[in-house]
Design a protein around this ligand. Sequence first.
Ligand SMILES: Cc1cc2nc3c(=O)[nH]c(=O)nc-3n(C[C@H](O)[C@H](O)[C@H](O)COP(=O)(O)O)c2cc1C
Ligand code: SF4
Length: 678
Amino acid sequence: MSADPLFQPYKLKHLELKNRLMLSSHEPAYAEDGMPKERYRAYHAERARGGVALTMTAGSASVSRDSPPAFNNILAWKDEVVGWMKALTDECHDHGCAVMIQLTHLGRRTRWDRGDWLPSVSAGPDREVAHRAFPKVAEDWDIARLIRDYADAAERMQAAGLDGIELEAYGHLMDQFWTPLVNRMEPPWGGDLGNRMRFALEVLGAIRARVGPDFIVGIRYSADECEAGGVSAEEGREITRRLHDSGLVDFLNVIRGRIDTDAALTDVIPVQGMRSAPHLDFAGQVRAATGLPTFHAAKIQDVATARHAVASGLLDMVGMTRAHIADPHIVAKIRRGEEDRIRPCVGANYCLDRIYMGGSALCLHNPSTGRELELPHAVARSDAPRRVVVIGAGPGGLEAARVASLRGHEVIVHEAAPGAGGQVRLTAQTARRAEMMSLIDWRLAECDRGGVQFHYNSYAEAATVLAHDPDVVIVATGGMAAEEGLRAGNELCVTAWDILSGDAQPGSSVLIWDDAGDFAALQAAEKIAATGASVEIVTRDRNIASEVMSMSLTPSLRELQRRDVRFTPTWRLDAVRRDGNALIATLGSDFGDMSCERRVTQVVTNLGTRPLDDLYFELKPGSANLGEVDYEALVALAPQTVVRNPEGRYKLFRIGDAVSSRNTHAAILDALRLVRVL
Ligand SMILES: Cc1cc2nc3c(=O)[nH]c(=O)nc-3n(C[C@H](O)[C@H](O)[C@H](O)COP(=O)(O)O)c2cc1C
Ligand code: SF4
């Protein structure tokens, strides 16, 4: 048996879990028609194959019709779910991975204009800030039907052959009964803790009566809401004791905090730049107090911390959820002695933020996640090795180099800067976003293993490229911050990149014109405001920072609000002119002919990027495909076979921002799907 604490098996009732790593419940929003079909199954099967001991499927699978899917949740109130869950479970079991599912009623944490347009229901009439629904207060007949719905859903999961279930309490209906912040009901459902817990305990009792004593039933709940008037740490201890004494639960999955606002949710599930494993010791205290099997997940990104959690007796099962979204094969890599090859989760939270925007979970730097069926994680070697020259060592260029080297090609990279990283290096200038460099460093290490040759400080021209006599050239030169965009006064402005790189010093009163809505404007604002300058961010969009999603925005907003940075949406910067030592910025509106002025010392623009494509157009006439990409083949993962110039000596492709201003995921996806069939 391995001496690694992570590889000690764990006995949960009758169930033997083969190691201590699990996926905590997370809704990737892959359901189709509310069912976990092939995409969903392939996602979990990949992680099961990668060696994780337990996968807590779904997130918030809905037990009732009036808990409509807030983020494409599984509809556990439908009988047809049994077949789909059985197929998923069987496949994971084949890999020795136990399967459970998280069941819930979202209560007010949803919207009434989804699903069947039924009113949302809760223990009080106030809206949840994050999802905005004003619920009806549950009546007696609601409560009876909801308890029955939970038991029905649990029975469906037992019928599907799952190893157990977890009830989602925190922030959802159960917790809405528990917390005095939401519950406005009269006894017997509101009032003292006994009454507020009555609903959860009756649900647990009904489930137990339905599934029997052996089926595993756990609960994920907040044992301290960290908010005045909410469930305090002391009340949390009492809730824990009552759960324990009820004898109805087999494990606790401990949460600390609340999730009713973006900011509160971000403290429960910290993003990059926030503390690692902030609630681990707290979860350990719950375990010590109850002796019940204890699970927990919250930014335990690295194997060392997971090992510590088990070795120190803080947890029985360690959730490494986003870590497995980034790399499904963590356990397999540890077992092979390749821990240093684990693709690191960089905490970008692209995965989770996307589901709240109506999308599905994708990993910022692993495009195969969620695309297991069409873009598998493994890259096969080519039987026709070629010489591939890549220009640019940003995320897209490095991904192209990494995958080409895995294919067995000879790979040469030229990078104009002294180091790799491209725009990611610029982003990582803000200390809070420094984790982003891990996606570069991981690729560099993988490229090193694959024998990729790097030429830094090498501003490649066509001759530089042609001197290698390449078979394939990939232009990944990225983009440069756009500078033109105003009716007048472009030359009086600096860009957000100038501020971040240090090429321009912050002024004392600054207007930032954000027409891209991405991180650069926020980061520039933060850097400028830190000098004590006054800062106003103007955007013509209806929302601020439109491209930065909810939880990712939280740390920036905390910093900017603290420094009194002002946001002015729905206004447009038209022109800038000089007035003595000051600048006059003229603002206009898309809504009418209104205009106004601001007097400042500096105007900073954030207008997206323009492709750095000179080299591409220089190389285009000599290429066989004249730069053409067969999109059908690209999407179908078929080789590129276009020949438009039979005299051409090489195939030419450009990827990422060298084509058009997009994001890191797009650049890496461009590279992966092109090169994995090269
Ligand atoms: C895409 C995504 C969806 C999630 N959905 C749920 C959910 O429905 N229910 C839940 O309890 N937790 C959900 N979570 C939270 C995770 O279970 C976990 O607590 C969180 O990701 C922190 O752990 P980690 O740092 O290991 O990722 C979700 C997380 C992600 C990334
Ligand atoms: S998107 Fe970011 S947070 Fe999510 S798994 Fe990938 S690296 Fe981690």
